[in-house]
Ligand binder design. Structure first.
Ligand code: PLP
Length: 391
């Protein structure tokens, strides 16, 4: 593939040196016919594996009927998807968009508008966390607690402040009479696979209630069964006010969603927020088929079971290597923290046919699809062992 300086694509990605042309389940094949075991799932998107049959059929059916009409019309599958998401969460309302960043934008707008127009106060500040990742739009890169994503993009939108993750006193220090909401990932994915401590989340939820702050959980990476529950907040026994979804919601068809509690309904009256493509017929058909599959087959339980197996196997095999500092995660969102930068290791893993990705500089992220088998996990662990023992 031509990726020379004259190529029209902006060089925004450090590309793997392979071109993937075909996928099925946990496997993908490149343009040379070489097979790979995919343990990155298009960055936690292909939770049902590649080209899942039911989703494919629903997209094909929809392709025959109608592609796009605008959100000015009722879209049956969009309504069904919204209802099913509401029925299986503690949320009451859904706004559809196209990506995780847009879902978080919607959440930030919803929180501010609720505070300012429904409650009639002047709160706008959002507390987020160090090492967090919330997207690449101007508001969501500002919400992100990592300087590298902000470099060269100043001035940034006002109204964001950052607290240390898993430290409740640090959050208390950031609350002012301008604070509108707290935005948090329950496993920091891009930041290095750091799960939130249960005690911290319980206290955070109570703190938000005490101060009238909305608790927004970014479930863009953790949602749709990946952590062993349909949504990661279910592990913590809390009810957030808003959750955001994207990635695994439609198996690779672009869609995002911002879900909120009943009290937030009037934050968004007609004309206050919109998206041309959000939840359009094709995306809604793919999303509905994906959610139905996850629920019918209880794939979140499978993620829990296979996640425990993978964590045990990875720990047994890799923990004693000097290069491995820690292995952690929840469900099938796992990280292997190394004492060295992992980019060269990830490149080396391609040769024996394993696809994984980095989370920060030093963590290998292991995020296979939720149908992954014990045999496939064993194969991945075998390849990781053979490469990491040389470091
Ligand atoms: N939030 C989290 C937790 C993410 O992991 C990501 C993407 O990696 C995003 C938001 C942004 O999603 P998108 O790339 O779909 O805009």
């Amino acid at each position: 593939m031509d990726v020379s300086e004259s190529h029209p694509l902006f060089p925004t990605y450090t590309k793997y040196p392979i071109t993937l042309l075909k996928g099925e389940g946990s496997r993908v094949w490149d343009d040379q016919g070489k097979e790979y075991l995919d343990c990155m799932s298009g960055i936690a998107v292909c939770n049902l594996g590649h080209v899942p049959m039911k989703v494919k059929q629903r997209i094909q059916e929809q392709l025959e009927q109608l592609w796009h009409v605008s959100n000015l019309f009722h879209i049956p599958n969009q309504q069904k998807l919204a209802q099913m998401l509401a029925d299986h969460s503690c949320m009451d309302h859904v706004f559809f968009c196209n990506s995780g960043a847009e879902a978080n934008e919607a959440a930030i707008k919803c929180a501010r508008r609720y505070q300012q127009r429904v409650l009639g106060n002047n709160r706008y500040e959002i507390i987020t966390f160090e090492k967090s990742f919330h997207g690449r739009t101007m508001a969501t890169l500002t919400a992100t607690g990592q300087d590298k994503v902000k470099d060269g993009f100043f001035p940034l939108p006002a109204g964001f402040t950052y607290a240390p993750y898993n430290e409740i006193e640090g959050v208390k220090d950031k609350i002012t009479d301008r604070t509108a909401a707290v935005l948090v990932e329950l496993v920091q994915g891009e930041g290095g696979v750091y799960p939130a401590n249960p005690g911290f989340v319980t206290e955070l939820s109570a703190l938000c209630q005490e101060h009238g702050l909305l608790l927004i959980i970014d479930e863009v990476q953790t949602g749709m069964g990946r952590t062993g529950k349909l949504f990661a907040y279910e592990h913590y026994g809390i009810e957030p006010d808003i959750i955001t979804l994207a990635k695994g919601l439609a198996s690779g068809f672009p869609i995002g969603a911002m879900m909120g509690k009943k009290k937030l309904r009037n934050a968004f009256s007609a004309g206050t927020h919109a998206s041309t493509f959000g939840g359009a017929p094709l995306a809604a058909a793919a999303g509905l088929a994906t959610l139905e599959t996850i629920l019918e087959e209880r794939l979140y339980s499978r993620a829990e079971e296979m996640g425990e197996y993978a964590l045990r196997r990875l720990s047994d095999q890799l923990c004693h290597y000097a290069v491995v500092r820690a292995i952690r995660g929840i469900g099938l969102l796992l990280g292997i923290e190394c004492r060295v930068p992992v980019a060269p290791i990830i490149q080396e893993l391609l040769q024996p046919g394993l696809l994984v990705l980095a989370a920060g500089a030093n963590v290998i992220r292991f995020i296979p699809n939720l149908y992954i088998t014990e045999e496939e996990i064993d194969q991945a662990v075998g390849i990781l062992t053979a490469v990491l023992e040389r470091y």
